[in-house]
Structure formats: structure tokens, C-alpha cells
Design a protein around this ligand. Structure first.
Ligand code: IVH
Length: 671
């Protein structure tokens, strides 16, 4: 391919991928499969590496993130980011409309929109290209979080059409769709991490993350609600939203009633009432409705107060809250030993369901509320699935004013609790003999995504534990028919099924066995990465902290957790027994082993090559028994240097005296 051909192809792929991205994330009507999309993206990535001079900031490859920002630069807003006046009753909406009627003589039309519950963002476009994205901050200045916002697929990097102004700012709300939020929390639960409380705070936290690659994976989304600039080609808010849609932005669909033009206050009230009921069926959280005067000239006439526009108002839905008595607090112990306080409440109806329990999160939360035994408390169902206690109902008498004292020993095994610096939760450190931790670990081990042992559900595990037959995950593989038959609900058939289920689990691939061990912070994805990198459990057991850190997605917290896990003799004994039982502790690959010429040598591969693709070189190294690592350290045997390699790696290799070889020299090594 000539340079000119490469340039053309890059431009073609950029355009095509941006188009498919739009069809998928904005229009929800893809034309090609995910697989074909990934193939095109891969091709573009390869070409951009070979011809970095043609890499453009609006390239769809920039969506996958990777840019790491230490500190986000502070930027002054060209147009201050104001907030909206809030209202909580229909009377206030009627007053708002009356006020406007008095100030504007001609007829006024309103646009009603959803009030998305997320994080406000202002994105500047220059000549149709995504230029910069800034948070609201204090309204005067915010933080430039461009690399993170660029990963949100529904925000165009290049606009469509040709009637957009050379410079303008578009504002909207970035939010966490409920489905993606639940998925993220499920993953966290599986890897033993504390759960995020609600989509809004998580969206906000995600946008402030330093590694944009992590942001890219979380699946944030964005709706746009306002355009600011000079010489805009429209004269009303509804037209602005429509234009934004034509330029490729995700705008609220009229057919789903996410947005409506209202001519009377009755229309506005109908919109509010409709969403009061329907909002629970939306795929994202809203906390109200926004009502805006449609016409720009009328907006201008109305102007602003010090804090907010006179031409708009937010109607906020009240989170339904009820008062009930706190009966007791129970402290649950999870499989990782994390303690979660849960309030037992006098049962009460809230939002259509009877609430008996509410989460209290942690010790700080209880202290902040100033909770005392027997208090009447306000319970609310907000964005969270589990209701929460938001305050004390001070209209009710109190039994005592002595604040509840958080437990300092484990409620299950009496071991003194620990709380690590910077962590919100208390932990029971007695991981090997605290019953709920043992049972929790076994439940995790047998679960569907781990060893998937049929016939060994939570109840049976509990039964077998109580009967003294299993005290850890390795005991499962020693279970005998004669031990099981005398137990309740264990007829011949269920015993046979259970033992068959256990036998079948021996075929479960290594990466799932690794996940099943329940090492803290090692979720499904990390387990896969570790398995792929190290190939066998023994290699992971012997891996040093530094080497673990070279694995994609493994940071300090995970590396430390893996090292600690295999530092425990008890765990090593369990793992040994699992191996003897016949579980898969090596990665099964169909990549042929060609030789052992590179055995024991670790390579780092960087840059682009003439004869090999980068992945091709890596595969060849592994096929000849070598190992591939992502970063140069004193354990590196060779650095295979291609064109355009990163200067940091080269310098580090020179500094440590690592052998640097080119492609031909590499070929000679395996010849
Ligand atoms: S219009 C002058 N429209 O609500 C402010 N805001 O206090 C114009 N929000 O932080 C804002 N959905 O981020 C507008 N459809 C919508 C909105 C919306 C959510 C947020 C916005 C702002 C807050 C207003």
C-alpha cells in the first residue's frame, strides 16, 4: 500500500466507522455486525500506527480511551453554566406560567423535557469537530475532561451536514444507563468490591477517572439540551434540538414523549403527570421535568436572575419518603469479610412495596445520621434499588439519645474487626474460619459464572457445611455418596446429580477456575487476562508483584491482592488439592507449540514491524516458549524494537542494559 493509498483508506475507514457508530449508538439501527465493526476498527488502528501522520483527533479509534490524565485543566466557561429554579408542586408551575404571561404579551409556547439525573457537560465544536468537553464546576469555570467524554459513543467526534456554526457549545447531561450501572455493580460484587450507590454519583466519579480506557468500558451515555453560540441557524429551542439531531447528536425522541411542545399549562401538567408514573420504566434515571420557553426572542426578553434563567423551571419529583421505626441493626458478613450494616424496620408501604429493611452502607453513615436505638426514621427510595434511611423523624419521641455504637467484633465469629485506612468498610479478618465467609466463598466457587456446579445451590451448601462435610472449596471434591445419602432432601437421584455436577466442573476452563477461587478484586475479566498472560496457576502463584503489574487491567490493588492470596499457606494447600482433584489449572490453547528456544526469556515488544504484526510477534514468542510482558523491567530479556516505538521504553531498556533487538535479529533467535 502506498502512503497515498493508506491516507485514503484511513479517511474512508474513519468516515465509515463514525457512520456505523452513529447508527448503533444514536439511531439504534446498526447496518453491520459488532464483529465487522471491530474488524474495520482494528484495520484503522493498524494503519494509524503505521502512518501516525494521518491520525486525527476525530478518529473513532480515540473512543477506546487510553489517555491517562493526572490533573484536569481548569477552563473558564465562555457562557456561564447556570442552574434552574426548582419547583415541587403544580401550583408553582401555574405561578411560573402566570409570571411569564405578565411579562410577555404574545402567545408563549413551552418545551417540556426530562430532567436527566447525571452530570452537566459543555462540549465545544470547532468546524464540526469535537474540540473540548468541560464540566459545570462552579458555573464560572469547570474541568476539561475531554479524553473521558470522547469515549462516549453517542457523542459525535465529527458532525454531519454542513450548516453548523464554525464554533458553538452544546450542553447536555451525561448519565449512567440503568442497565450498564447494574452490570458494573454485578461485576464489582463478583470480584468482592464495594458496590456503587447510584447511577448519578457513579457517572460523576467515572468522568473524573484518570484512565479514559476505564471510562470507555463503563458505557456512559448523553442527551443534549442546549446550544450556545453566535449566529445560530435557528430561533427556538425545539429547532435547536432538531438541528442537533441532524448534526448527529443523541436527542430525546418525540415519539417516546421524552420531549413535547406544550401550548397550555394543562399540557405541561399532563406531561409532568405522565412521567411521574412512567419514569420508573425509563432506561435511565430522571429527577424531574424541565419546562422551557421555546422561542429564543421571548427567552431573551425574559432574561435571567442572578442564578438562573427566568424562561425555564425544573419540576422536581419528590422521592417518596415515609417514616417508620428502626427495630434493630444487623451486621451482614460477606464472602470477603466486608461488614454491611442493615436496618430492620417496622414494615411500611413505600412506592408500592412493603419495606422491611434499608441499607445503612457503613459506620460513617450511621454516625452521620446520629441514629439511636428505636428512632423513627425517614426512608426513601431514590435512584437506588434498596431503600435508604435519609434522616431521623424528629417529630416523633425518642427512646434514647445515646448514639448507636458500631460493632467492633465480628457478629459471626467474634474476631476483632479491622478497617483499613481510606476504606469505608469494616472487615472481619478471620477469612478461613468465619462461617459466612466460608459459605460465601463456596457459593461463589460453585456459581454459574465460576464452576457452575449444578445441584450445589446456596441451601445445599449451607446444609453440607452444617453437616460438617464441607469447610472449604476443596472439600467439595472429596464428597462421597455414602456421606450424602443420609442427609435430608438427598435422595439417590439428587446425590447422583450432585456428584455428576461436581465431576463435570473438572472440565471448566482455567480462567474460570481462577475466577472461582474468589481472590479479592479478581473478577471475570481480570481472571481471563491473568490466565492468558501466565498460562498456568503455578505461574501465577510464582509471579512477582512487578510482573503482575505488567498485565493489562492489573493495578496495584489487584496485584497486591493476588500476591497476598498465594502467600497464605492455607490457600496454597487448597489449590494443591484442587489440582489433585483434576481441575483445569492450565490454559488450553490450540496454538501449536513450535519449540522451547525462548523458554524462560521475557520479551517486550514495541513499535511496528515489516514482517510481523505486533500480535504476530507476541504469538511467535509464546509458541517458542517465551513470555511477553507489557513493560520493561530488570526481568526483561529482550526488547524487540520496531519503528516508531515509544521513547520511554527505549530509554528504560538502555538504562537497565536490556538487549535491544530488531525484527531480523528476532527472526534469527528462533531460526
Ligand atoms: S437546561 C440554565 N435541560 O439540571 C440551565 N438542564 O439546575 C439550563 N439538567 O445542571 C439547563 N436535564 O445539568 C436543562 N433537559 C434539561 C436537563 C437539565 C438535566 C440539569 C443540568 C443542570 C441542572 C439544572
Amino acid at each position: 500500500m502506498t502512503t497515498e493509498e493508506a491516507h485514503k483508506r484511513i479517511e474512508y475507514l474513519t468516515q465509515e466507522l463514525n457512520r456505523h457508530n452513529y447508527l448503533y449508538y444514536v439511531k439504534h439501527s446498526p447496518e453491520i455486525s459488532d464483529y465487522d465493526f471491530d474488524k474495520l476498527l482494528e484495520e484503522l488502528q493498524t494503519l494509524e500506527k503505521q502512518y501516525p501522520q494521518f491520525l486525527k483527533p476525530d478518529s473513532p479509534t480515540q473512543r477506546v480511551g487510553g489517555e491517562v490524565t493526572k490533573e484536569f485543566p481548569v477552563v473558564k466557561h465562555k457562557y456561564p453554566m447556570l442552574s434552574l429554579a426548582n419547583s415541587y408542586s403544580i401550583e408553582e408551575i401555574i405561578e411560573f406560567e402566570n409570571r411569564i404571561k405578565k411579562l410577555i404579551e404574545s402567545r408563549v409556547e413551552y418545551v417540556c423535557e426530562l430532567k436527566y439525573d447525571g452530570v452537566a457537560i459543555g462540549i465545544t465544536y470547532l468546524n464540526g469537530k469535537f474540540y473540548r468537553a468541560v464540566t459545570r464546576g462552579d458555573g464560572e469555570q469547570g474541568e476539561d475532561i475531554t479524553p473521558n467524554v470522547k469515549t462516549i459513543r453517542s457523542i459525535p467526534l465529527q458532525l454531519q451536514g454542513n450548516d453548523y456554526p464554525a464554533e458553538f457549545e452544546i450542553r447536555g447531561e451525561i448519565f449512567f444507563p440503568r442497565k450498564n450501572f447494574e452490570k458494573l455493580n454485578k461485576e464489582r460484587e463478583e470480584s468482592g468490591e464495594t458496590l456503587f450507590a447510584n447511577p448519578r454519583n457513579t457517572a460523576s466519579g467515572t468522568l473524573k477517572m484518570q484512565d479514559s480506557a476505564v471510562v470507555a468500558k463503563r458505557g456512559l451515555d448523553c442527551y443534549l439540551y442546549g446550544i450556545y453560540g453566535d449566529n445560530l441557524p435557528f430561533t427556538s429551542h425545539a429547532q435547536a434540538i432538531q438541528k442537533a439531531g441532524e448534526w448527529g447528536f443523541k436527542i430525546p425522541p418525540v415519539e417516546k414523549k421524552y420531549i413535547a411542545i406544550c401550548k397550555t399549562v394543562d399540557d405541561i401538567v399532563a406531561f409532568i403527570n405522565y412521567w411521574e408514573i412512567e419514569r420508573k420504566n425509563l432506561p435511565f434515571d430522571i429527577d424531574g421535568i424541565v419546562i422551557k420557553v421555546n422561542d429564543y426572542a421571548q427567552q431573551q426578553e425574559l432574561g435571567f436572575t442572578a442564578k438562573s434563567p427566568r424562561w425555564a423551571i425544573a419540576y422536581k419529583y419528590k422521592a417518596e419518603r415515609v417514616s417508620t421505626q428502626l427495630l434493630s441493626i444487623v451486621y451482614q458478613v460477606g464472602r470477603t469479610g466486608a461488614i454491611t450494616p442493615v436496618a430492620n424496620l417496622n414494615p411500611i408501604l413505600l412506592g408500592g412495596t412493603i419495606v422491611k429493611r434499608a441499607s445503612l452502607h457503613n459506620a460513617d453513615q450511621i454516625e452521620k445520621l446520629g441514629l439511636c436505638a428505636g428512632d423513627y426514621v425517614w426512608v426513601e427510595k431514590g435512584g437506588e434499588i434498596i431503600p435508604k434511611i435519609v434522616g431521623i423523624d424528629t417529630t416523633k419521641p425518642r427512646d434514647t439519645t445515646q448514639p448507636i455504637k458500631y460493632i467492633d467484633t465480628c457478629p459471626e465469629c467474634n474476631t476483632p474487626l479491622v478497617r483499613n485506612e481510606g476504606e469505608a468498610l469494616h472487615y472481619c479478618p478471620n477469612e478461613f474460619s468465619c462461617p459466612p465467609q466460608i459459605i460465601g466463598k463456596i457459593i461463589h466457587f460453585t456459581s454459574r459464572k465460576a464452576m457452575n456446579i449444578e445441584g450445589l445451590g446456596e441451601e445445599t451448601i449451607d446444609q453440607l457445611y452444617q453437616a460438617g462435610l464441607i469447610k472449604n472449596i476443596a472439600d467439595i471434591y472429596d464428597l462421597k455418596k455414602a456421606q450424602l445419602l443420609p442427609l435430608e432432601r438427598m435422595a439417590e437421584k439428587s446425590v447422583t446429580n450432585l456428584l455428576q455436577g461436581i465431576e463435570n466442573s473438572k472440565k471448566i476452563p482455567f480462567e474460570r477456575v481462577l475466577f472461582a477461587l474468589g481472590i479479592r478484586y479478581v473478577g471475570e475479566t481480570v481472571a481471563k487476562k491473568l490466565a492468558k498472560h501466565f498460562k498456568s496457576l503455578d505461574n501465577i502463584i510464582n509471579a512477582r508483584y512487578e510482573e503482575l503489574l505488567t498485565v493489562d487491567e492489573v493495578g496495584e490493588k489487584i496485584a497486591e491482592s493476588v500476591v497476598n492470596y498465594f502467600h497464605e499457606i492455607y490457600n496454597l494447600q487448597i489449590v494443591e488439592r484442587l489440582k489433585l482433584a483434576g481441575l483445569q489449572t492450565e490454559l488450553k490453547t490450540n496454538e501449536a507449540v513450535l519449540s522451547e528456544k525462548l523458554k524462560g526469556i521475557t520479551f517486550v515488544v514495541s513499535g511496528t514491524f515489516k514482517y510481523f504484526s505486533r500480535d504476530g510477534i507476541k504469538q511467535t514468542i509464546e509458541q517458542h516458549g517465551g513470555k511477553v510482558s507489557g513493560s520493561v523491567s530488570k526481568n526483561t530479556g529482550y526488547l524487540v524494537a520496531g519503528e516508531d516505538m515509544g521513547p520511554a521504553k527505549l530509554l528504560k531498556a538502555q538504562e537497565l542494559g536490556i538487549k535491544i533487538i530488531n525484527e531480523t535479529e528476532f527472526k534469527n533467535l528462533i531460526a
